[in-house]
Each structure stands twice: as structure tokens, then as C-alpha cells.
Design a binder for this molecule. Structure first.
Ligand SMILES: [Zn+2]
Length: 179
């Protein structure tokens, strides 16, 4: 009963946010990294000259990347895995129109550091969409690696991964706002 109450309380916190959020899935990759994919409500992102304004945005595409229990020694479980390269491709499955974008580091009070982008849908909100992510290791030279790490895990922080979600209905997220 106690657990049940905790679960109810937990979901109350989630519903306590006034905006909709579509959870797509989690992928575990080596070495001990959990990637969580979500589509969230549009938001005002600063500095405004670098991001699509909230009024021109339909949805905020996000990927959380954190160390999990299988992570190498020295990693903080739940800590942000930085310097990954994250590309997104959103395809309108009805018209074939494609939007390519980059997910860059963002910070807020709910997820802390994460990779994300404000985007405009390539079509109508109720068209079906396919969302592909390509997650790649840091650009050469952007992350220095000590010999102890390289000896155990090699010179690439991660291998490249492609993750795909199809037949997404983004209509509810597209009309949702955070204020
Ligand atoms: Zn975000």
C-alpha cells in the first residue's frame, strides 16, 4: 500500500506540469549510458538568437543521456554524458517531407542538462511522423581521454547508434505550451 501511494504521488508530480510530454523510449548503450527519448511541449529557449522562438515552434525534441549503474568507475550515476553528437530527422510519413536538425545541450529545472531542439513540424500536427536519432561519439578533439580510460574502453566514447520511432502522433504535444 505504501508503494502504491508513492507511485500515485510520483505520477501526480508528472501530471503537475501543465504541458504534455510524449515519452518515446529508453536505449541502453555501452559504456553504461542510458538514452531517453521524448517529445515535449515548445518552450522559450535563451539566448533567443540561437533557437527557434516559441511562437515558431511546434515541439521540443529531447534526448537525455546519463550514466547508469553499469557505467565505468568514476562516473556519477544519473550524471549527464556530455559532448555527444545528436542528430534528428523528422519525416512526415504522409507527404515524405523531411526536417533535419541537431540536438544541442540545454539545461532546465526538470531534466537538468539534456540534448534538445525546438522544431517546426514538416507538415500538419495530425500527420503521422517518423523520428530518427543518430547518436555519435564526440567530435575529434572536443574531449580529451586519459590513457586509463582508453586502455579499458578505447578511443571512442561510444559507438554510433541509430534509433527510430514511427507512426508518432504529435498533435497533442504540438498544441501544448508551458505557460
Ligand atoms: Zn529541453
Amino acid at each position: 500500500m505504501k508503494n502504491y501511494l508513492l507511485i500515485v504521488f510520483g505520477s501526480f508530480i508528472v501530471c503537475g506540469t501543465s504541458w504534455a510530454e510524449l515519452f518515446l523510449g529508453v536505449k541502453e548503450i555501452d559504456p553504461g549510458i542510458s538514452l531517453t527519448f521524448e517529445v515535449a511541449a515548445k518552450d522559450h529557449i535563451l539566448p533567443s538568437s540561437f533557437y527557434l522562438s516559441q511562437k515558431d515552434t511546434d515541439v521540443h525534441v529531447e534526448m537525455l543521456a546519463v550514466w547508469n549503474e553499469s557505467a565505468p568507475a568514476g562516473s556519477v550515476v544519473g550524471g549527464f554524458v556530455a559532448y555527444l553528437k545528436v542528430a534528428g530527422e523528422l519525416k512526415n510519413q504522409k507527404t515524405g517531407e523531411i526536417l533535419d536538425f541537431e540536438l544541442t545541450p540545454h539545461i532546465n529545472l526538470s531534466d537538468n542538462l539534456h540534448y534538445a531542439q525546438n522544431i517546426k513540424l514538416p507538415g500538419l500536427p495530425d500527420d503521422p511522423y517518423r523520428l530518427k536519432f543518430r547518436v555519435s561519439p564526440p567530435e575529434q578533439g572536443s574531449l580529451g581521454m586519459h590513457l586509463d580510460w582508453v586502455m579499458d574502453f578505447g578511443e571512442d566514447l561510444i559507438r554510433s547508434h541509430k534509433i527510430e520511432f514511427t507512426n508518432l502522433d504529435l498533435s497533442e504535444i504540438a498544441i501544448s505550451t508551458r505557460n
